[in-house]
Design a protein around this ligand. Sequence first.
Ligand code: ATP
Ligand code: MG
Length: 216
Amino acid sequence: MLTLALSKGRIFDETLPLLAAAGIVPSDDPDTSRKLILGTNRNGVSVIIVRASDVPTYVQYGAADAGVAGRDVLLEHGGEGLYQPLDLEIARCRMVVATRRGFDWAAAMQRGARIRVATKYVGTAREHFAAKGMHVDLIKLYGSMELAPLVGLADVIVDLVSSGNTLKANDLIAVEEIMPISSRLIVSPAALKLKRGVMQPFLDAMANAVAERRAA
Ligand code: ATP
Ligand code: MG
């Protein structure tokens, strides 16, 4: 009846209280269970566990009716075939440009030297630098971006930071803020049309849960 796509880890953990406020409690913990399809306390409501960057794809193709995905992931995906009705204000962090401490970012920009940028977010990074009129070489990575400037793979990285501890531990500093990031509820337009009876109360309950937490 209603299938929700979530990723393990912070998105699952931070969505849980909002789902609970909407009356939905998954019956397994994905950190300890190997199940990929979790039942819930509500008949006909299930949760599927997918990789964070795959959440939009499952919803876009209607394999899940709704899901939770970071703004970072949604920008890379492009958002085609998705409604994004609600910012859940969870998994907050910032997308930044970071360099090795000691790298003269201002001088490199001024020189117009071709800068090598390593990132998981090539689409967002390309747009960011193009908007500044900078030509950069983008190197796609799938993880541990922080390593790239330390071993000479790239001059800078585009990555997510929250506390900044990982940057600090690797002698990197943020030199530009690209945008604030949080996770959003995404919905399949087909599901909204065909399952309005369950979907609309679910969306309303999630919006209420976010508003109540903000007020608390
Ligand atoms: P995978 O580990 O499968 O490659 P991932 O690293 O993107 O995926 P998570 O680390 O769980 O998966 O991140 C999921 C989402 O949480 C990201 O898309 C982003 O929106 C947000 N996020 C990532 N890093 C942080 C952070 N340090 N603090 C807060 N939110 C974050
Ligand atoms: Mg991660």
